[in-house]
Design a protein around this ligand. Sequence first.
Ligand SMILES: Cc1ncc(C[n+]2csc(CCOP(=O)(O)OP(=O)(O)O)c2C)c(N)n1
Ligand SMILES: [Mg+2]
Length: 306
Amino acid sequence: MRGPRTTQSLQAVPVNSPMEDWLRMDRMPHIWCPGCGIGTAVNCFVRAVELSGIPRKKLAIVSGIGCTGRVAGYIKLDSFHTTHGRAIPFAIGLKLASPDLHVVVFSGDGDLIAIGGNHFIHAARRNVNITVICINNLTYGMTGGQVAPTSPKHSIATTTPYGNLESPFNLVHLADSSGASYVARYTTFHVRPLVHTMKEALTKNGFSFVEVLSPCPTLYGRRNRLGDGLDIMRVFKEKAIRRDGLSTDAAFVDLKNGPIVIGKFKDRPREAFLDVYNDAMTRVIGKDHFIPYGPVTMRPPEDESE
Ligand SMILES: Cc1ncc(C[n+]2csc(CCOP(=O)(O)OP(=O)(O)O)c2C)c(N)n1
Ligand SMILES: [Mg+2]
């Protein structure tokens, strides 16, 4: 294992960077540490949006609080930096009010799975028409590295100085068994499949979930003797095995001994919340009187040139 790298000063994205058009440059430099994976995931997301062909005005992003939560503040889209743990209910409200929007939740593991865990399982159960991207750095990064429900057993955190006694959630299994229609996991090392997966997730009907394992060298890696950001990327590279279609209860993540199972695990058509709602209301109220909740009927066409 190598010693600590010298910290480079955080610089604004250079002029003419392909990302410049997608970032609120007035908010640079960002708060993320050297070696953090959140920026890589944002890059992948932007690329996925470009490839998806979804017009910028038809996309909204919602984050909770945390290092990952800052994404909503940095990205130049309609974005909502909401309260801790409540990104999913905000996103659902947004989707119900504007069903023609693609609504994406981009938030941290603590935000989505600890304080927001209940919203997560019920949104997946209802198969609500949103995409959730979870940056899983195995800790509460922003608040100083406390143990999270995603922290591996025996891992060291500020709140578990003798090692975590509890077993973590397997996020892809949680999403899958709760009812999500699309479930995948990659790491920030696997940028190409991650871009492809994010693009696919954006276009799915129902609850699509992408877990992104991401290094937090400052608060997780250092304490758990995993080295710096590059060392953790090496772990991702060497210990990852891709198993598309594998049952999610067998999709383990073991950073120390491997494997880190990545891939697309679930892609199943399942009635999504808005479809169920439309069907039920059409039946009850009658098709002559009920205007279905949906992109075509809810809103007049907008002027894309604005
Ligand atoms: C209601 C509430 N409880 C606790 C906090 C403190 N808090 C802010 S961010 C955070 C955890 C963030 O962890 P995660 O979502 O994993 O994001 P990361 O910083 O790791 O990207 C906590 C506990 C808060 N802001 N609001
Ligand atoms: Mg985290």
